[in-house]
Design a protein. Structure first.
Lengths: 313, 307
């Protein structure tokens, strides 16, 4: 039975890693492709998670809802709503330099989280949204988890295929040109503001998808679940460790960093309760340290960015 | 009228002083090192918890008879020095390697990591629960009746003003302070004029880290200690620095006072009976001010740098 438990654990681990890979790919479109310093992942995560949750969860006294829509509709709505929130934010903030974008996106994220925490009708306030349906949960035990994992893997596969196409396409090349030298891109006749906005919205939509998938997987979303440490910082570390500007790196980074995160949890889990809680904070420290080491010693990450080879005709 | 002063103006002045002490550092670090320091809030928390350590240590000495506010005043220099040392160490380890980098944004990423590292250390040593420097309620001082002024309010405002005067003296009268202003105007010119820029950087961290530590102790004095207290302040402190014009220490002071006032006054029932902005959303006020500034006057009120 030991092996069976290990197998279930591996399935759960991979599911989480793949959900995080969606976020890491979203950050890559913002930062890796275009050089946009979006640190408001938590905000778009919250929009995505709550909108999909409210649309699909059963009725509750704590919040609006009871729509009981199918999960795919919720997930789609999550992406659209995250994009809709990103549009005005991008419109206002993208003209500013990267430090300002960072401050502004943190601010947006904090205000969105504040709203979900305090305005109960929207997402149940401190109660959150419970009983969010998970696809395939009616299947017998190992199969429901395996099916969900396959679904997430398929989603990551499709995204990876699309962003890889975008990376080699003229669109991706314009984004990189803007990242490297905004003035030159402008001089070459590119509408810098438009391209930036597109990249920002697309990345934010993926962050919304990240939220929706997480909500359906863990079946509950509450204000604590939108803690920036878990949903903003981890995806960023994953991308930087994996290699900013490299889509495959984003996915590899997600698996590695989530692996480290889970392993340290297993280790601290063996300590007495009081200590386990405290030493648990040590792993945040370690993840922070990992980020510093990668930034200083391996600035390109594990899989550094490679400019696409353009076929000659 | 007296209610308005007691419930809104006095808290506004106290909160504004705390923001101002934090914003000075953000502004100076931006002027000298050219990056937005996102670990500044968590440096504030570091200072506040060093203050807590001092209170605990003094509990074991005859000084335990002193009121907690006085013990904290004794702790202020220690919090200042300790946090300044932490800031210099962080700079050496995590920011200095990027000093010559083409883009400073990598330092901003590093400072995010530092913010979480600092917070996790606070959580490791002090736990996550809310801690108060002292239990019990403090009563307003009798001599100011009917104004509700607490002993700690006086300490906070007076010490904040004193520190700002010292800062002014330092920046205008000392060699190091002048070198700092020169480097803020033009780093390359300062370097070729023979100014030791690394020394200026160290002084920037001493002042920025030390002042924000004092702000942290005051915030803990006025409210309570919790590991996320710094992160929660970050937005308001940045808003204050931007409002005052980045790179302008005096602007940061004005910005801090304005943001503090706006946050507190926003809950006053200006229109109708209820508060204009529900207290739960006070943080959003600082943010709204910041966004408006970024759109209409990114150089700030006092002609700071445009990012």
């Amino acid at each position: 039975m030991e092996i069976y438990g290990l197998f279930l654990f591996a399935v759960g681990f991979l599911t989480m890693a793949m959900i995080y890979a969606v976020a890491s790919l979203g950050v890559n479109i913002n930062w890796g492709f275009t050089g946009l310093f979006n640190v408001g992942v938590a905000g778009f995560f919250a929009v995505g998670a709550y909108s999909s949750a409210v649309l699909t969860a059963p009725e509750s006294v704590h919040h609006i809802g009871g729509f009981g829509l199918p999960v795919p509709v919720g997930i789609l709505a999550a992406m659209v709503l995250a994009a809709l929130v990103a549009w005005p934010v991008g419109k206002i903030c993208l003209r500013l330099r990267s430090d300002y974008l960072a401050i502004a996106t943190i601010g947006i994220a904090e205000i969105l989280r504040l709203t979900f925490r305090n305005y109960q009708p929207l997402g149940g306030g401190p109660f959150g949204v419970n009983n969010i349906p998970r696809p395939f949960e009616s299947l017998p035990t190992p199969w429901d988890q395996i099916a969900f994992l396959l679904l997430v893997v398929a989603i990551v596969g499709v995204i990876l295929f699309l962003v890889q196409r975008a990376w080699t396409a003229p669109w991706g090349r314009v984004l990189r040109a803007i990242r490297e030298n905004e003035d030159a891109a402008e001089a070459a006749g590119k509408d810098v503001e438009k391209f930036r906005l597109q990249a920002f919205i697309l990345g934010s939509a993926l962050m919304g998808l990240f939220g929706a998938l997480m909500a359906h997987y863990v079946k509950i979303i509450s204000p604590e679940g939108t803690e920036p440490l878990l949903v903003t910082f981890l995806p960023w570390v994953m991308l930087i460790v994996g290699g900013a500007g490299n889509n495959r790196g984003a996915v590899v980074g997600a698996i590695l960093v989530w692996g480290l995160w889970t392993m340290t949890e297993l280790l601290t889990g063996r300590l007495p309760d009081d200590w386990a809680l405290r030493v648990g904070y040590l792993r945040i420290f370690l993840i922070g340290l990992l980020l510093q080491v990668v930034l200083q010693k391996f600035p390109g990450g594990l899989l550094p960015e490679r400019p696409p080879t353009v076929p000659r005709d | 009228m007296i209610d308005f002063v007691n419930q809104y103006l006095i808290p506004a002045l106290v909160l504004g002083s705390i923001y101002a002490l934090g914003a000075i550092g953000v502004s100076m670090i931006y002027a000298i090192l050219r990056f937005a320091h996102f670990a500044h809030g968590d440096l504030m928390a570091t200072g506040a918890y060093i203050g807590l350590l001092v209170v605990w240590v003094l509990d074991a000495t005859p000084l335990a008879e002193l009121s907690v506010n006085v013990r904290l005043l004794i702790g202020l220099p220690l919090a200042f020095a300790g946090t300044a040392a932490v800031a210099i160490l962080i700079d050496r380890l995590f920011y200095k390697p990027f000093r010559r980098a083409k883009s400073m944004i990598v330092v901003v990423i590093a400072s995010f990591g530092v913010a979480l590292m600092l917070r996790s250390l606070v959580q490791l040593f002090f736990g996550v629960d809310v801690i108060n420097y002292a239990d019990g309620i403090q009563f307003p001082l009798k001599m100011f009746q009917p104004l509700r002024i607490l002993e700690r309010h006086i300490y906070i405002v007076v010490v904040a003003i004193a520190l700002m005067l010292v800062l002014h003296y330092f920046l205008t009268r000392t060699r190091t302070g002048k070198a700092m202003r020169a480097m803020s105007d033009d780093a390359d010119l300062a370097r070729v004029s023979g100014i030791n820029t690394e020394r200026v950087v160290i002084w920037t961290w001493i002042l920025g880290g030390g002042l924000v530590a004092v702000a942290g102790v005051f915030l803990g004095m006025d409210t309570r200690l919790v590991p996320t207290m710094g992160w929660d302040m970050l937005l308001a402190v940045f808003a204050a620095a931007i409002l005052g014009g980045l790179g302008q220490p005096y602007g940061a002071i004005a910005g801090g006072l304005i943001i503090g006032a706006m946050e507190e006054l926003s809950t006053y029932p200006w229109i109708g009976d209820g508060p204009l902005v529900p207290p739960d959303y006070k943080t959003a006020v600082a943010f709204a001010v910041m966004v408006l500034m970024l759109i209409f006057r990114p150089q700030g009120l006092f002609r700071g740098r445009v990012l």
